[in-house]
Design a protein around this ligand. Sequence first.
Ligand SMILES: [Zn+2]
Length: 344
Amino acid sequence: MTDSLDFDLLARVCNPPGVSGFEDAVQHVVSTELQASCDEVRWDSLGNVIGLRRAASGGPARRVVISAHADEIGMMVKHICPEGWIRFQPIGGLHAPSIVSQMVVVHGREPVRGVIVPDHGEAETAPRLEDMQIDLGRPPEEVRQLVAVGDPITFAGEVAWLNDQVVTGRNFDDRIGTYCLVEAMRQLGPTEVDVYAVSSAQEEVGVRGATVAAHAIDADIGLAIDGSICTGPFPRPHDPTCDFGAGTGVYVMDRLTIGHPGLVSFLLQLGEREAIPCQKNIGGGTDASAIQRARGGAVATTVGAPVRYMHSTVQLCHVRDITATVALLKAFLEHAHELPLGVA
Ligand SMILES: [Zn+2]
């Protein structure tokens, strides 16, 4: 396995805005990319993009889904003060100390830049989310011309190399997953299963898109692709974490899902056989919960590169972990027909 990253693809996938419920810009990119690797691509009413690549045999086959969420945490305009300040409603789990002093883009009549500031003088501690506001640096009448209640707001950062092994971005939870989804489909050889590649909507507000997509697909086996918890100054040292640069994370469990033990060991064995670095992860909560519980249920878990500082605006990911995630997804899909299903 040679570490490699298509930085242009990463930038195409990460830079478009996509706050939960407003994923169209990123989904257009994903849909175009999936058209090259899938037999068909469709959109549903929640904004999920679903690519289908049929089994090489063309006959009836197992249905296997891989799903990465396209949405990112952000905000929505809640109120415009007479002075032109914008009060915002958080969308998804914002980390208050990470967002004060950050630059944002309000997607109004046109994209408008602003900064997040506390609504009162200098405090010793970081302000709470409800005590922050956005300053667009424009006169109030101009603000009201450009911006309306309900406009989505994203953080302003674009992807960049931090050094030759590490990339940084505002939304690696879960655009690294989106990148791995697209890249794995691009590299995928013939399979003996029908592969559904889902770029899901509204995960950060409660796994809403994947719930609908999984119901429609009715899969036998599913993998969510999402960030693994990673070592760093937080979480605390005794919390379960993956090591940065030590391979892709295979979720044993998270807040919403117990990974199917047979699937977890199948993935870990596959990694060992194909020399793909893998490590166990105990994570937050992903699209796997929806896939596992749809219809009569599916065998499911999550894989994904460790991401440092998830839910901040400066998330980090290691190229080795991204490469390993793509390699594991490709190997998994090419071998998914070998996974024993049913009661042992
Ligand atoms: Zn996520």
